[in-house]
Write a protein that binds this ligand. Structure first.
Ligand code: UDP
Length: 219
């Protein structure tokens, strides 16, 4: 048998990643029948023309090896599923649109999903299971942790550190840091859509607006 490839998640995120996965396999000469959706709530046998399996069926389908990209925006779910994949010997698969621009010295961890028009410039470190949605970019000297999620159009400027599980909303702009004194988006922080982030964000905080400030919670 031959390798089997999966886009895990058949909802909004997964349906955006599937065409990229299909194109990537076509470029590599892999038959499109070896690509499936995996979804634990799979109800239809087929989504957008691609076979949809439950995870158990994916594991039972004969294959020399299995590869899956976690196409689910919720980073905690990605982390749980990444553990499950590893335990079952499924390889974390990186799927990248053909027009992604990747410059010098970019180290990208396993399992990334890079959408069309994403740019990663030079001297960048990115952890596992990164999602960079449409038109987002990462500029020079950034360090990005594991399970970080960029919605469409995120502008992450140079010398920024983003810790594990941070979520950056659509169109947010993150000001550049200084070499040796980066702007830091803390672990699990949420940056609201359109926010203009001019200084570091504490772990777990949610910031919104311009300039971005912690969201007021009801007292
Ligand atoms: N899902 C899954 N296993 C899990 C958690 C989620 O298969 O353990 C699937 C879920 O059934 C749904 C998709 O992942 O189809 C998540 O879709 P959602 O609309 O919540 O978000 P998005 O597509 O934006 O990530």
């Amino acid at each position: 048998s031959t390798p089997l490839f999966a886009v895990y998640g058949a909802s909004g995120c997964g349906r955006g990643v599937m065409p990229l996965a299909r194109a990537q396999l076509m470029r590599a000469g892999v038959p499109v029948e070896r690509l499936v959706f995996v979804d634990d709530a799979a109800t239809a046998p087929n989504v957008n023309g691609q076979r949809a399996l439950r995870y158990e069926e994916f594991l039972q389908t004969p294959a020399s090896e299995r590869h899956a990209v976690l196409a689910i925006a919720n980073s905690k779910v990605r982390e749980q599923l990444a553990l499950r994949l590893a335990a079952d010997g499924v390889h974390a698969w990186t799927v990248s649109a053909e027009n992604v621009v990747r410059m010098d010295d970019v180290v990208l961890g396993e399992g990334a999903a890079l959408s069309p028009f994403v740019t990663l410039t030079s001297n960048i470190r990115i952890g596992r299971h990164f999602h960079a949605n449409l038109y987002s970019y990462v500029e020079h000297d950034c360090v990005i942790g594991d399970f970080v999620t960029f919605a469409p159009g995120v502008k992450c400027n140079g010398n920024v550190v983003i810790e594990d599980h941070a979520y950056v909303g659509a169109g947010a702009v993150i000001k550049q840091g200084v070499p040796g004194k980066p702007l830091v988006i803390g672990r699990g922080a949420v940056v609201g859509m359109g926010a203009v982030v001019t200084r570091s964000v504490p772990a777990g905080a949610t910031v919104v607006g311009n300039p971005a400030r912690p969201m007021k919670t009801k007292g």
